[in-house]
Design a protein around this ligand. Sequence first.
Ligand code: ADE
Ligand code: ZN
Length: 330
Amino acid sequence: MLSQISQLPKIELHSHLEGTLKPELVNVIAKRNGIHVDQNLFDSQGEYAWTDFASFLSAYDAASSCLKNGNDYRDITYEYFKSCASENVIYAETFISPDHAADCGITYDDMISGCVQGIDDAERDFGIIGRIIVTCVRHLGPQQGVNVAKQMVDNPHPYIVGFGMGGDENAFTLEDYAPAFNIAAEAGYPCTVHAGELCGPESVWDAINFLPIRRIGHGVNSILDAKLLDELVKRKIHLEICPGSNLSLSIFADWDSHPLPSFISKGISVSLNSDDPPFFHTSVGLEYINSAKHMNISLEKLKNISLMAMDASFADADTKSRLMNKIIEF
Ligand code: ADE
Ligand code: ZN
């Protein structure tokens, strides 16, 4: 069964490109850029050192501060898609954060050109299809969200397929972000937002009531509200589930308490994702394997998760049906 899971064509819808940077790559890129990396960022094993959500976000910011130019974005994009392809991920959407790039002195255009080059190189070398979701950062405020949405809409590229938001769920309200999301949605960009990860089901209600979103990042705390689960089914809202991230951040104490099996039996559309792989010691492949091992998700259900993910992806219709057929043929 494990070898079949490893062969299964997989889809990733929820990863943060800056959060895919492995510690070794941080050191390599920092060195070539002449940037000093505070080694307190790493523990004695060379892994990222953080203890809670706030220190995770700080470590994430510190790791991405090694970036200096578009070529660095090319390299992290290439390395991420390469490792996805090694686990039979055939399609992946990754969140990129223009705010993190700007903090490093990298322009929006340079960031996008770097990512596009990394996607093209990875497709040429490994056959994986990559796409980009531009994200704003919730704790930087609603006006900055509007700025990022406008920048995206004013600079289209066929690989930029959607708009989203990560960051601290406790900052501002989701309604405050309606102007940013409306700019993206009105220009034809489908949207996703982190909600119901740190905060309760009310945050998922806010997301579906105030924002033009098709998907929710995490949304796991929806499990606490039966009415909300019905609403997610009714509105066909997809949940981007990241079990390894949830356990690392202690959102759930153990595999037994993770709601993925309940979401599946309720008929909610879900995908399995890595979020920030090296921070949470995970990968898409591991998420599939751990879901089978620890939550008894069968191969048939995992195949259906790949299908639901591809169907919920923001890819164009041709790519979607071509890749869905690849999964069906498995
Ligand atoms: N940014 C990167 N990872 C995140 C997560 N798990 N939640 C919110 N924002 C993030
Ligand atoms: Zn996330």
